[in-house]
Design a binder for this molecule. Structure first.
Ligand code: FAD
Length: 530
């Protein structure tokens, strides 16, 4: 059963090892657990629905609460603190394309706002209910989850857009294929959500981001259906796939999508590597990225993230063994940067790539520590988000910011983002624990992904104010460092103030014009994106 005010299944936990708790206490002080607002009280606060009855629309208050938010930190603060203010007036779960069409016609006739809902894992406010007089319908695609066609000759598969990660992969794996898209939210996020937020998975270095995996699809827009055929390539003017990618529900409901699939790899080995300094590590990773070897992933943690990860993952005897080995190999403990490097594909090619990668790693003073860390990472890759529940319960909030910059800007961007966090709560005399990794690497640059942890305040409003202060400081640092405001999470509401910096006035007005051309009544997920 799903947690109504946290992440994931109730039966799954990610307990904190004593060393990690001690580390947090040392960095931030003892956490201050807040009291959790009870569901029954929140149900009492859900106002009467403004939608006239319809057989496909539920007005059940609990459904309306569940669909009133995503998984951003402001969403969490509002849920846990009982300050959630706005709820959709109804929730519809169409079973067929016919149901969906009928619901959109009903929405048009009754002047409803429609918010498409995939898996509800947005972390930037995509699903937040706008203020206004028009009733709001949350349109969940959960039941539109069928495999329509698996074309093993052309390596294309077409699914209904509401299908979630595990179902999609299971159906492909049964025929020895994979999509290869594994965001950390894989267990709950949906194909449609991945496409319209331009998601990036943990193995995107090999398989490509959703931008590349999305071959074509169908969308029901307020102006009617629109279809984008899955050509292998085309020079017929601007590519309309790119209007759907990143559209965040503003242009209509993506109903089905054709994606590029791959044969399951013969081998996927993930190696742990340690570098003696950030400088040598970044140079090695840049050289690896430009070598175009068959990497599934390259994930480089900075010193603080390395220490934090080791405290989270390791029992003390394992840690001391590792530290002894690092000392032996002349890697200073305080400076050590851990890197996970995945090689994927046919055995012969993986073996050759490993030789080439070893050469680059050795040249930059890195050392291999075997595959155990990679195996542990693989095992826990979808469990880590459960830490958000654990940390909250002991009085800490955790969130992330992410950007992408060219190689020459990586270190400066990381430093100024972390600085924005570390100094961000000085007016409250509170500390922030911030640490960073590079995960999606490209020949031209890398994503920079920073996690920050801070103590909950006395009240939800105060915690929100602190988060707003930190988010603003970090976002301005990203802009100043020459990065995009988001490498993978999308715009939603939280990144809206910063989009103009990278799109410019003409770019922004073009996006606005596209939205108002397709949706002149601003019916589809208004207030998001632009
Ligand atoms: C713990 C955690 C880990 C995460 N890890 C990653 C990660 O590794 N990589 C990454 O890229 N993101 C990650 N995210 C962010 C999030 O999972 C992605 O943005 C994801 O793509 C959202 O998919 P969803 O199905 O949950 O969409 P939702 O959250 O339901 O919706 C997101 C937006 O898409 C629109 N939408 C959804 N489906 C449709 C549709 N069929 N048609 C039209 N519009 C639609 C909604 O209206 C909304 O605007 C993570 C989030 C969490 C909470």
């Amino acid at each position: 059963m799903l947690r109504w005010n946290g992440w994931g299944d109730k039966s799954v936990d990610f307990p904190l090892l004593p060393g990690a708790r001690e580390m947090l206490r040392e960095f931030l002080g003892e956490g201050k657990p807040g009291s959790d607002y009870p569901l029954e009280k929140l149900i009492d606060r859900v106002p009467r629905s403004r939608i006239s009855p319809h057989p496909l629309i539920s007005t059940d208050p609990k459904e309306r609460i569940v669909h009133a938010h995503g998984q951003s930190l402001p969403d969490w603060i509002a849920l846990r603190g009982g300050t959630l203010q706005r709820f959709p007036d109804g929730v519809a779960l169409p079973n067929t394309l016919g149901d969906l069409q009928e619901l959109l016609t009903f929405a048009e006739k009754n002047k409803l706002v429609v918010i498409p809902y995939g898996g509800g894992t947005s972390v930037v406010g995509h699903l937040d209910v706008p203020e206004g007089k028009r009733p709001v319908l949350s349109l969940s695609l959960r039941h539109l989850n069928r495999l329509i066609d698996l074309d093993s000759y052309n390596l294309l598969a077409t699914f209904e857009a509401g299908i979630r990660g595990p179902d999609l992969e299971a159906q492909l794996r049964a025929k020895e294929f994979t999509l290869g898209h594994f965001p950390q939210s894989f267990e709950y996020s949906s194909l449609g959500g991945w496409i319209v937020t331009r998601a990036c998975g943990q193995e995107s270095t090999h398989y490509g981001r959703m931008d590349e995996l999305f071959a074509g699809g169908e969308i029901l827009t307020p102006k009617g259906p629109m279809s984008v055929p899955p050509f292998p390539a085309s020079a017929a003017g601007p590519d309309l796939r790119h209007i759907l990618l990143g559209s965040e529900g503003r242009l209509g409901v993506l109903t089905r999508a054709t994606v590029k699939i791959s044969l399951l790899p013969e081998r996927h080995d993930i190696y742990g590597v340690f570098f003696p300094s950030w400088k040598s590590a970044v140079e090695a990773v840049r050289m690896l990225a430009t070598a175009r070897l068959p990497f599934s992933m390259i994930r480089l943690s900075n010193q603080t993230e390395t220490r934090t990860n080791l405290a989270l993952a390791g029992h003390s005897w394992q840690l001391s063994l590792l530290k002894r080995y690092l000392r032996l190999r002349k890697i200073p403990e305080e400076e050590a940067c851990m890197c996970l490097i995945g090689l994927i594909g046919q055995r012969r090619i993986v073996n050759a790539a490993r030789r080439e990668a070893t050469f680059i790693i050795n040249r930059n003073d890195g050392i291999f520590v075997g595959k155990a860390m990679g195996e542990a990472w693989k095992k826990n890759r979808f469990r880590t988000p459960y830490l958000r529940n654990t940390l909250w319960d002991i009085g800490y909030a955790v969130d992330t910011v992410e950007t992408a910059v060219t190689w020459d800007k990586v270190t400066a961007a990381m430093q100024s983002i972390e600085k924005a966090f570390v100094n961000g709560l000085a007016p409250w005399n509170e500390k922030v624990h911030a640490f960073t990794h590079l995960s999606s690497v490209y020949t031209t640059g890398s994503s920079v992904y920073t996690t920050f942890v801070f103590r909950l305040a006395e009240t939800p409003d105060e915690t929100l104010t602190r988060w707003q202060t930190l988010k603003k400081a970090a976002s301005l640092a990203i802009v100043a460092a020459g990065g995009t405001i988001t490498h993978q999470h999308g715009i939603g509401i939280d990144h809206k103030p910063y989009v103009g910096y990278e799109k410019g006035p003409i770019g922004l007005s073009t996006l606005r014009e596209i939205c108002s051309h397709i949706d002149p009544d601003q019916r589809m997920n208004p207030t998001k994106l632009v």
